[in-house]
Design a protein around this ligand. Structure first.
Ligand code: NAD
Length: 244
């Protein structure tokens, strides 16, 4: 039986690139996303299993993973990748936009961990959460986003320690800038986007990000950073303030 991975946010960007990578390696790929049109394209391209999923909704999580486990026979990996960003100074990002980031980026990941736990116990599998370099360095213009990604990083560290007793590994992927539609995310009160803040910083490809996701699914480390620049904390600290 081939290995099975369920990817949230697999209709676009890093999740889509990971879906392509795992499909190429012979894995059974399941995708849950709110973008049903995007998922239809992925289903046609990869023959992947797709299911509508809003990661904020626990009932949808239960149904999505049940259906994928029936399809694949098991679940070896949950890639908690779906996430959003709203760029702008703290007061330019509305409280509703902040809530949305917390609901999707943090609660969505926690919901996924709860929903997948029994399947991962059975397969002695892996939970891979996508945080961000903004989970290491508080990034101006992305204050609440940074808070959500620090939360995902902390959750991953704690769950890695807890889930060892179930035979489940937990790892966290922290991308630096990767060329995806998220770079064009703004907010209601700002006419700037993440792309405007990039300046001379390197932007990595989704294929490079998918390689790191692959490593995070197979290696022994707890944290995996996409992009050399992300490893240079001083550089990461400097890049955004210069652009404000
Ligand atoms: P993306 O916008 O290309 O993809 C995000 C996907 O998540 C989309 O398919 C979207 O439909 C889906 N999604 C959004 N809300 C959802 C919800 N409520 N339920 C289910 N699916 C939902 O962005 P991306 O860059 O590929 O982002 C993937 C992950 O990588 C995110 O967690 C993001 O925070 C993180 N990340 C990205 C970068 C970057 O530079 N691209 C950097 C650091 C971290």
């Amino acid at each position: 039986m081939s290995k099975a991975i369920f990817i949230t946010g697999g209709a676009s960007g890093i999740g889509l690139a990971a879906a392509r990578r795992f499909a190429r390696e012979g894995w059974t790929v399941g995708i849950g996303d709110i973008d049903e049109i995007g998922m239809r394209r992925v289903a046609e391209e990869l023959g992947a299993f797709t299911v509508p999923l809003d990661v904020r909704d626990r009932a949808q999580w239960a149904e999505a993973l049940r259906a994928f486990a029936v399809h694949a026979g098991k679940i070896d990996v949950l890639l908690n990748n779906a996430g959003i960003a709203r760029y702008g100074m703290f007061e330019e990002v509305t409280p509703d936009e902040s809530d949305l980031q917390v609901d999707i980026n943090v609660k969505g990941v926690i919901n996924g961990a709860y929903a997948a736990l029994d399947y991962l116990k059975a397969s002695k599998g892996r939970l891979v959460n996508v945080a961000s370099v903004a989970g290491i360095v508080g990034s101006p213009g992305l204050a609440v986003y940074s808070a959500t990604k620090h939360a995902v990083r902390g959750l991953s560290e704690a769950l890695d320690a807890e889930f060892t007793r179930h035979g489940i590994d937990v790892s966290c992927v922290m991308p630096f800038f990767v060329e995806t539609p998220i770079l064009d995310a703004g907010s209601k009160g700002s006419n700037r986007t993440i792309r405007d803040a990039i300046g001379q910083s390197p932007v990595y490809t989704v294929a490079e990000a998918a390689d790191v996701v692959w490593q995070a699914t197979h290696g022994r480390d707890r944290e995996y950073i996409v992009g050399k620049a992300g490893r240079q904390a001083n550089f990461a600290r400097r890049f955004m303030p210069n652009r404000l």
